[in-house]
Design a protein around this ligand. Structure first.
Ligand code: MG
Length: 387
């Protein structure tokens, strides 16, 4: 029996992870659940799954959580509580949204656990620090991102040597604005940006998909996870979201992973690896699949993808700046203060203020994050005044 700690259990990844656990009850057992604020939903999950521990990041909500959980369930509360439950199981699912997921990532790796990582931001923003924690005996990262899970599967067709990899090809659905030119994107609305054609996800990542920043962050994520340089990581737009990514090996063979878009497959893969989940998700019906299209991304309309490659190549704290500036810009778009095209402009302005910095520890990551947010907020204000 593999024990599982679900951090971010009430979000999109967390609730789908619970589906996966319930699909394979003989193999997986949830022993800890944690959420930021959604205590009623968290308590309902605790009544259903009977974990040993539940955690809520907002300490004010602890009494309300205590009232609702089954007797004998330990309740942890406060900012450090999500990281505290990360060491409680064999596998830790980090489904926390955004930069706040970093302490959970580090706690899981420092404890030598398997980290099923849906929080790509922690790997991107704190790359060098996370890589050090990843060297802890027993620690490993299994990506819960459909593309990287696909790459992880494809790479099992090789020997593990990085120089065997000719190219990594990351597929992108293209989001709701695929095919539009920059001039057609000046007045897109929040509802349009939130209407993702193939994947159902939380609002932050859905906006990131509409700008292709999500793909840009995934390029940096692929570099960090698999050690392949940026020159050998390509993005191709594939609107059907059936081929989840591919690896081209040095002998010319390309290996891809295909399925219907369903996050429960990558979640189950990360939980059960090296075995396979005994319940299928995302099975393809080949008789109803009439075509698979591939096209080059438009870096003029989707400047965030270009900016991500630039920040990735700058290394140091630049990916942290990219990520933090993007979080500020997306929040400003979600609350209506920034137009959609302004997201890339704010990120570009913020990166313009970046001074090359090495990342050696968590304090350095926090400081880079703080500076980048400050630069991005200035850029947002500047744009609001100009509008
Ligand atoms: Mg993805």
């Amino acid at each position: 029996m593999t024990t599982v700690s679900l951090v971010g259990s009430t979000g999109s990844i967390g609730t789908q992870a619970i589906d996966v656990v319930r699909a394979d009850p003989g193999a997986l057992e949830v022993v800890a659940l944690g959420a930021n604020r959604s205590v009623d939903q968290l308590a309902a999950q605790a009544r259903q799954l009977r974990p040993r521990q539940v955690a809520v990041a907002d300490p004010d909500l602890a009494p309300r959580l205590r009232e609702q959980v089954p007797p004998g369930t330990e309740v942890l509360a406060g900012p450090g509580s999500l990281a505290a439950i990360a060491a409680a199981a064999d596998v830790v699912v980090n489904g926390v949204v955004g930069f706040a997921g970093l302490p959970v990532t580090l706690a899981a790796l420092d404890a030598g656990r398997r980290l099923a990582l849906a929080n790509k931001e922690s790997l991107i923003a704190a790359g060098p620090v996370v890589q050090r924690a990843r060297a802890t005996p027993g620690a490993e990262i299994l990506p819960v991102d459909s593309e990287h899970c696909a790459l992880h599967q494809c790479l099992r067709a090789g020997s593990g040597a990085v120089d065997e990899i000719a190219r990594i090809v990351l597929t992108a659905s293209g989001g709701p604005f695929r095919g539009r030119k920059r001039a057609d994107l000046t007045s897109v609305t929040l509802d349009e940006a939130l209407a993702h054609p193939t994947w159902s996800m939380g609002p932050k990542i859905t906006i990131d998909s509409s700008t292709l920043m999500n793909k840009g962050l995934e390029v940096i994520e692929a570099h960090a996870l698999f050690g392949v340089e940026y020159e050998r990581i390509e993005v191709i737009v594939h609107p059907q979201s059936v081929v989840h990514s591919m690896v081209e090996f040095c002998d010319g063979a390309t290996v891809g992973q295909l399925s219907q878009p369903d996050m429960r497959l990558p979640i189950g893969y990360a939980l059960r690896y090296p075995d396979r989940l005994r319940e299928p998700f995302g099975v393809l019906d080949w008789t109803r699949l009439d075509r698979l299209d591939f096209e080059e991304p438009d870096l003029d309309a989707f400047a965030c993808l270009r900016l991500a490659y630039e920040a990735g190549r700058m290394e140091g704290a630049a990916p942290a700046w990219l990520n933090a500036a993007n979080e500020v810009a997306v929040a400003a778009f979600l609350d209506g203060t920034l137009p959609w095209l302004g997201i890339a402009e704010v990120v570009e302005d913020a990166l313009g203020a970046y001074q090359p910095t090495e990342l050696v520890d968590v304090d350095g990551v926090l400081e880079a994050d703080r500076q980048a947010r400050q630069a991005a907020r200035v850029a947002v204000q500047h744009r609001c005044r100009a509008a």
